[in-house]
Design a protein around this ligand. Structure first.
Ligand SMILES: Cc1cc2nc3c(=O)[nH]c(=O)nc-3n(C[C@H](O)[C@H](O)[C@H](O)COP(=O)(O)O)c2cc1C
Length: 325
């Protein structure tokens, strides 16, 4: 698939995930075979007002390219100005968030609220396309709720507004993240536009990745929660789609080493205080499902430094080896 002039090799993108898919995690996912990554959503207002936190979210690592910066908001002019600023980061595209269901975003007219106002959504895309020299991509859902599934119409309007690629998460805003994804709406969107379509939702392994491609005809796929505590999922998907081989989960010791490397990066980029607090959720994901590891959750919840994390990793490896005997 091409995003503007950028040819994406491979099969799978990492989804934008606020509070999770930061530089450290994106770099790790690229190392494990993600072909394309998208930043956490960044407030267009924050960017235009030079908010420090928003500016920090724009930082892209050298090894995480091609990457898109995702912005959110509901005012065409502010979005255009923010996109101009974001386009200076070395990103390959500007992605517009039209799918976020969080009250803080949708309640202020951004994210998925734009699916209720497709004209405004199209004007935003037009304004951003005009403002930057990069391709503009748009990510949205199947609709606002079950009575207003409008992804097909919405997609056509976005195509006309100048979007180069669209990503469809096959759930309504009201469904948040819960019920199984509606794969068919992604197929319908793919059949109704001429720009590339990225299929997203519930891809958790090589087989669900294949199913997304086969059932929808989409041009690329995007993985979100399936990569949490499992950045190697990209290699697993790539190997299966390319050669038909199923790569098993890495051995526990390897998983723990990857976790440690991830959190070291996190601390390098955000400092130990913030890094270790954020490490608590990531570590919980890395040990999920490992027998005997659940007893360590309490320790994970109060992680303060790398030594404590290394000690937990050793205990997980030990618990696993006892379970193997
Ligand atoms: C913790 C979390 C944060 C998310 N943040 C964003 C975001 O910043 N921008 C966005 O477009 N989608 C965001 N999403 C939605 C994901 O990109 C994706 O569309 C959704 O999780 C469905 O894909 P999955 O089933 O592979 O997780 C977020 C999802 C999660 C779980």
């Amino acid at each position: 698939m091409k995003i503007g002039n950028y040819e994406l090799n491979g099969y799978t993108a990492l989804a934008p995930m606020a509070g999770v898919a930061d530089r450290a995690f994106r770099e790790l996912c690229v190392e494990f075979g993600a072909s394309y990554v998208v930043t956490e959503m960044v407030s267009s207002k924050g960017l235009t007002m030079h908010d420090r936190k928003s500016d920090t979210l724009l930082i892209l690592g050298e090894t995480e390219k091609p990457a898109a910066v995702q912005i959110f908001g509901n005012d065409p002019e502010t979005m255009a100005e923010a996109a101009k600023k974001a386009s200076q980061t070395g990103c390959c595209a500007i992605d517009i968030n039209m799918g976020c269901p969080a009250p803080k975003i949708a309640g202020n007219g951004g994210g998925s609220a734009l699916m209720r106002d497709p004209d405004l959504a199209a004007r935003i895309t037009e304004a951003v396309v005009k403002a930057v020299d990069l391709p503009v991509t748009v990510k949205f859902r199947s609709g606002w709720d079950e009575n207003s599934i409008n992804a097909v119409e919405f997609a056509k309007m976005q195509e006309n507004a100048g979007a180069s690629v669209i990503t469809v998460h096959g759930r309504t805003k009201k469904q948040m993240y819960a019920p199984p994804v509606n794969i068919d709406i992604i197929r319908q969107v793919k059949e109704s536009v001429n720009i590339p379509v990225i299929g997203n939702g519930d891809i958790v392994d090589a087989l669900s990745a294949e199913n997304m491609y086969k059932s929808t005809g989409c041009d690329f796929i995007m993985v979100g929660r399936g990569a949490l505590g499992a950045p190697w999922i990209f290699n697993q998907i790539n190997e299966y789609l390319k050669n038909g081989n199923i790569i098993p989960e890495p051995p526990i010791e390897e998983r723990m080493n990857i976790m440690i490397r991830h959190i070291e990066k996190l601390c390098e980029y955000k400092g130990e205080y913030v890094g270790m607090r954020e490490a608590r959720k990531h570590s919980g994901w890395y040990i999920k499902g490992i027998r005997g590891a659940a007893a360590l959750r309490q320790e994970i919840c109060s992680l303060e430094n790398m030594d404590q994390l290394r000690a937990i990793a050793e205990k997980v490896i030990l618990a696993d080896s006892i379970n193997q005997q």
